[in-house]
Ligand binder design. Structure first.
Ligand SMILES: [Zn+2]
Length: 400
């Protein structure tokens, strides 16, 4: 069985190990060593990154008591130099240890049980049984900070299941031959196979970075160490930017400003919808009257401004429904022009689809359609050409 050097020496970055076995596995090789500093992925922690014999390690996992190091090629010789990326390891350790501290403090303070925990990029997360309010989160973070500041020693020791059952352990113990208990002296004891800091002080700053409800559980995202520090700096910039957007001096006023605006939003949304409906009805009425002036062949061409594309299509449908034979509308928006043209279905329809098929590419636009309905977007300067294209259709030439 491979000796787990990372259990007792989590900060060891290099090791000379002997190759016990090197077997091909698909296009890659699975390397078994007598001892290793590579933590295999599992228990919510990713595996270590690094090299063996100068070859990058692609994956490390445990299978039937063996630790498989996956390499793209076999290393030379029986003795190999293993190196892990200590920066990544330190970040894994800080996040894993922070998770123990947060879970333990949530249990001690509020009896809020951790369901699962994951140390993924960019943040770690813990899923709790119950959501936590602001005051609880603040108390939780304060407690974690106290424990970090106290720099309590952390021990990892193996026990038999019988021994572990006699001890005061937080959370579930998954049945194993040997139980690895992680103990934060005088604070917490929990079964875990991950890599942890030798003492709580090494965790560094801890920040809560987000939360959401997932399948009835409260998921709390957190960062530790350098990542927590970076997050705090980014957060300061976000606060300053929000102050600029809202033109508020203090973060408190800024938050109130945003909350008020969000509160007003549904009311404004409703008013806008109402006005849009009124505009649509009124415009449809006006354009129908204009089209009806051509008694023999009711048709209309109109350029409109400040219209939503969806409303444009509704307006077009409304006019055709009222009996207008040909409708051509343009919607100006900045330097862009949305166009829509439709004709009432009849026995012999005018070749609208063909005309539009040529029109859009000839005017650096995008669009297409059939004889019944076509739409697309062109530069605003193409309006006169669009009107010219529509002229014979407006007179109903060739329609029955
Ligand atoms: Zn752990």
């Amino acid at each position: 069985m491979t000796k787990h050097i990372f259990d007792d020496a989590p900060l060891q970055g290099g090791l000379l190990a002997h190759v016990q076995e090197c077997r091909p596995q698909g296009k890659e090789f699975c390397l078994i060593l007598d001892q290793t500093i590579f933590f295999p992925r599992g228990g919510g922690q990713k595996c270590d990154e690094g090299t063996i014999g100068g070859i990058p390690v692609l994956d490390v996992y445990e299978e039937e008591g063996e630790i498989c190091h996956i390499l793209p090629k076999a290393p030379e010789g029986d003795e190999v130099l293993c190196r892990i990326d200590l920066g990544t390891r330190l970040s894994h350790m800080q996040h894993h240890t922070a998770q123990h501290l947060i879970s333990a403090a949530a249990w001690q303070l509020f009896q809020n049980l951790t369901i699962i925990a994951r140390m993924e990029d960019p943040w770690g997360h813990i899923e709790f049984q119950r959501p936590m309010e602001d005051e609880e989160l603040l108390a939780l973070l304060r407690r974690v900070e106290e424990v970090v500041k106290a720099d309590l020693p952390i021990f990892c020791r193996y026990y038999t299941p019988e021994q572990a059952a006699q001890m005061d352990v937080r959370g579930k113990i998954t049945p194993h031959e040997r139980i690895r208990l992680v103990e934060v002296e005088g604070f917490d004891r929990n079964a875990c196979g991950g890599t942890h800091c030798p003492s709580t002080g090494l965790v560094g700053p801890v920040r809560f970075v987000g939360s959401k409800m997932v399948r009835g559980a409260y998921r709390l995202y957190f960062a530790a160490g350098q990542r927590a520090h970076d997050f705090a700096l980014e957060q300061d910039l976000r606060t300053l930017r929000l102050g600029k957007y809202t033109e508020e001096e203090s973060p408190e006023d800024c938050e109130k400003h945003i909350a008020d605006a969000l509160h007003r939003l549904p009311v404004l949304e409703e008013s806008v919808q109402k006005l849009r409906r009124q505009l649509l009805e009124q415009t449809a009425e006006n354009l129908f009257r204009k089209a009806s002036e051509q008694e023999a062949f009711p048709a209309v061409l109109q350029l409109l401004e400040g219209w939503d594309k969806k409303d444009g299509k509704a307006l077009c449908d409304d006019l055709i429904h009222r009996g207008v034979r040909f409708v051509a509308l343009g919607f100006a928006e900045g330097e862009s022009l949305g166009v829509i043209a439709a004709q009432k279905k009849s026995k012999k329809m005018m070749p609208l689809g063909r005309a539009l098929k040529e029109f859009f590419p000839a005017h650096e636009g995008k669009g297409g359609g059939s004889d019944a309905l076509g739409q697309g977007t062109v530069p605003l300067s193409a309006w006169d050409d669009f009107a010219a294209l529509c002229a014979p259709f407006l007179r109903g030439e060739g329609a029955e």
